[in-house]
Write a protein that binds this ligand. Structure first.
Ligand code: UT7
Length: 325
């Protein structure tokens, strides 16, 4: 049990909204097909001047304001992204500079759509060891910049955005395992044998180009439901709770059908699943913290609630975390 506490959240979306009908003017698709097969109705797409770093910085500022903290109170920044501003340095260092803080390390985590789970678990572990006191954990992406806009099987699925949480070291006087707020259990997995089902066909060391996202959607879909159901069961067991104790599932928002199938397998009713895929589409590492922030700000997620985060993405990578608010 690691036990760090979420004390604030924030999110940011590009101004420009692109509807399914607008995409249907560019590729052979339709609003009906996209809604029926994915649940997506629109996505936000970054414009000139909007990058992963600017979105991440805006989300981080909102999370700090929500927590009632200043940038100087942060001594660790972990940023999950597969679409960094530059190959190096880490986008986290750009965010650190933009926020105006200098305490402690800032680094990126690359686990694609599971990135926020990897970042949260890394930060939680560092806070639990006493290496840091207060972390910004951010998921931020501009997938619009790595999409093949002529490939209808992928370009309709993704959007841009950022979400952030402020994580504080465990409270020894009121630990999560005794009912206090904090991370109760986390599990991360990877299976590099599935690389070719979801990847970008470029990179500095292989092609010296940025490349485009490639995905065998139906195969990813099948793996997602199996892997997510299994990691959720592991975390439920590790935390010694039952599925019915969970107040909210905040899943990675890839496809409404994956969300429904995974919740059904665990016997969790639809009303407990936070859904933003209709408005944001798949924002990769940003989708979980974005959905979490939406559900906190609209009053659904409250203090004391048991919240399950889960995601699966390219690699494959997947993971889940159970947190008491
Ligand atoms: O975030 C990381 C994890 N990613 C995911 O979890 C994504 C997982 N996969 C999926 O969400 C789904 O597999 C997709 C949404 C990508 C595709 O849905 P599907 O129900 O698996 O459709 P499909 O790929 O089997 O395609 C069905 C048909 C095909 O036509 P034929 O061969 O039946 O004639 C496709 O060519 O739909 C066609 N199609 C489209 N039609 C209209 C594929 N993309 C489109 C499109 N518009 N955009």
């Amino acid at each position: 049990m690691t036990g760090s506490r979420i004390v604030g959240s924030g999110s940011a979306l590009p101004q420009r909204i692109v509807t399914n009908n607008e995409l249907a003017e560019r590729v052979d698709t339709s609003d009906e097909w996209i809604i029926e097969r994915t649940g997506i109705r629109q996505r936000h797409i970054a414009g000139a001047g909007e990058t992963t770093a600017t979105l991440a910085t805006a989300a981080a500022r909102a999370a700090l304001a929500d927590a009632g903290l200043k940038a100087g109170d942060i001594d660790l920044i972990v940023l999950a992204t597969a679409t960094p501003d530059n190959t190096f340095p880490a986008t986290a260092t750009k965010v650190q500079h933009a926020l105006g803080c200098k305490n402690g390390p800032a680094f990126d985590v690359g686990a694609v759509c599971s990135g926020f789970l990897y970042a949260l678990t890394t930060a939680d572990s560092l806070l639990a060891t006493g290496s840091a006191n207060r972390a910004l954990v951010i998921g931020a992406e501009t997938f619009s910049r790595i999409l093949d806009w002529e490939d209808r099987t992928t370009c309709v699925l993704f959007g841009d955005g950022a979400g952030a949480v402020v994580l504080e070291a465990p409270d020894a006087a009121n630990p999560a395992k005794a009912g206090g707020p904090g991370v109760l259990a986390s599990r991360l997995h990877a299976d590099g044998a599935q690389h070719d089902l979801l990847y970008v066909d470029g990179g500095p060391s292989s092609t010296q180009t940025v490349g485009h996202l490639r995905m065998k959607g139906p195969e990813v879909f099948r793996h997602a439901v199996v892997n997510l159901s299994s990691v959720l069961k592991e975390v439920i067991e590790d935390a010694d709770v039952s599925a019915s104790d969970i107040d909210w599932i905040v899943p990675h928002q890839a496809n409404k059908r994956i969300l429904d199938a995974t919740a059904r397998k665990l016997g969790i009713p639809d009303e407990k699943v936070v859904v933003t895929v209709d408005k944001h589409a798949n924002t990769s590492a940003a989708s979980v913290p974005l959905a979490f922030d939406v559900a906190r700000k609209d009053g659904r997620i409250k203090a004391g609630d048991l919240v399950m985060f889960e995601a699966m993405g390219g690699g494959f990578t997947w993971g889940a975390s159970l947190v008491r608010m």
